[in-house]
Design a protein around this ligand. Structure first.
Ligand SMILES: [Zn+2]
Length: 139
């Protein structure tokens, strides 16, 4: 007998633990480099621009635009079988970093504004995903 299928869970590292801890609290945080004024994602032990190790975790706006997306019809793991079709997108955050995640709340299109929200799972993990925002002038 096999155990019930569970969602694959993030495995925080020393660098990424603050990101996942904030996600559990429903907050999106990113690494910021005070030395050169740049944000970065994914988390790393140093700034990829100036190599400073004095990075800070700061609250992000949680908003951005869809850079690209695809509609997934084949689940990447059997546990996702009841979640397809779903939209997965690359999101260009207002801070200038790009994140990958599920896009919810309508039909995605390139350039559409999105805001982060968090899916809080029963296993204690929380994943960011992106909800489409209505824009001025949109039908
Ligand atoms: Zn830097």
């Amino acid at each position: 007998m096999s155990a019930p299928a569970a969602y694959p869970a993030p495995r925080p590292t020393a660098e990424s633990a603050p990101f996942w801890e904030a996600a559990r609290e429903g907050r999106l945080v990113l690494q910021y480099c005070p030395a050169c004024g740049r944000w970065q994602f994914y988390p790393r032990p140093f700034c990829t621009e100036c190599l400073s190790e004095a990075l800070e975790w700061r609250a992000a706006s949680g908003q951005g635009r869809i850079h690209s997306f695809t509609i997934c019809h084949i689940p990447a793991h059997p546990v996702f079988a009841d979640r397809v079709p779903c939209a997965m997108g690359f999101i260009d955050l207002d801070e200038g970093v790009r994140m990958l995640g599920e896009v919810v709340g309508g039909a995605p299109r390139i350039g559409a504004r999105v805001a982060v929200e968090f899916e809080h799972r029963e296993d204690g993990t929380s994943l960011p995903r992106w909800r489409l925002l209505e824009e001025e002038g949109a039908a």
